[in-house]
Design a protein around this ligand. Structure first.
Ligand SMILES: NC(=O)CC(=O)C(=O)O
Length: 266
């Protein structure tokens, strides 16, 4: 509840500065550790959903509610919900790729021992933008972002919590690659670093534009990153560097199990 109240105070603060869409981090209301997931698991709608819905309504904002541990039909999911200024649920996304890594001497985690993977994409429309959702480790999968771009997204939002081994190497790099490859804005919100907690997050919530330029970034501490997104800028970048329209699907088309590469004629 303490964490919840802190987040809600930050939402109020951001709203006071004119924010119209606010993103919370992955597992914002539960320690990111397998020993806590069962106790914090809940249904959607449920306790956290009710609070998120009310907060979105009270502040008159779109709220991307980071992620919560969802219990559904006896399974657990790492789930992001999005709430409208009317307090309505406008999108729900279950993390598709469980965070399973084992770096000797570094970070090891096996989300798949607890969470089931989600099986669908989730988008929502707001202020003329189409927005796609991923969660943290999903950022590593180029195809997920490509699918969102093909679906017409201008922005992909990733609530996250990279770790102290991979964070410094990959967190910013992956966001810039996904932005440039897909000519979309990428926005991530990370847990702040708490060195006394069971999972030490890298932090550094970030927003990147479709050219790969970093528009705003936090450090490791609690903070709010403010950015203004411009739909015209997305279209301008796609015109200036027309890769979105130049894909050679006659030459290559990457579909699982059916990767096609045209043969060179001699
Ligand atoms: N925490 C995650 O889901 C991902 C992460 O830390 C990584 O990919 O590295």
């Amino acid at each position: 509840m303490k964490v919840f109240l802190k987040c809600l105070a930050k939402v109020k603060e951001a709203t006071g500065h004119g924010a119209e869409l606010i993103v919370l981090p992955e597992c914002f209301n539960c320690p990111y550790d397998e020993n806590y997931f069962t106790d914090f698991a809940e249904a959607i709608p449920g306790q956290s959903s009710n609070v998120l819905s009310n907060v979105a309504k009270e502040n008159g904002i779109y709220l991307v509610g980071g992620s919560v541990v969802e219990k559904l039909d006896g399974k657990f999911y790492n789930t992001c919900t999005v709430w409208s200024p009317d307090g309505e649920l406008v999108a729900k996304y279950q993390k598709a790729h469980p965070f399973d890594i084992n770096i000797p001497g570094g970070t090891s985690f096996k989300e798949s021992e607890f969470f089931s993977p989600g099986t669908s994409f989730a988008t929502f429309d707001v202020f003329g933008f189409k927005i796609g959702l991923g969660i943290c480790y999903d950022l590593r999968f180029a195809e997920l972002a490509q699918v969102y771009a093909r679906l017409g997204c201008h922005v992909i939002i990733y609530p996250g919590a990279f770790n102290m081994t991979t964070g410094p190497l990959h967190w910013e790099l992956l966001q810039r690659i996904r932005a440039v490859d897909n000519q979309v804005y990428i926005a991530s919100a990370s847990l702040a670093r708490d060195t006394s907690g069971p999972f030490i997050a890298w932090g550094h919530s970030t927003v990147v534009d479709p050219l790969g330029k970093i528009l705003g970034t936090a450090q490791e501490k609690e903070d709010i990153v403010y950015c203004e997104l411009d739909l015209k800028h997305v279209n301008k970048v796609r015109k200036m560097i027309p890769i979105t329209f130049q894909r050679r699907t006659d030459l290559y088309d990457v579909v699982e199990g059916k990767t096609f590469i045209s043969e060179e004629k001699s």
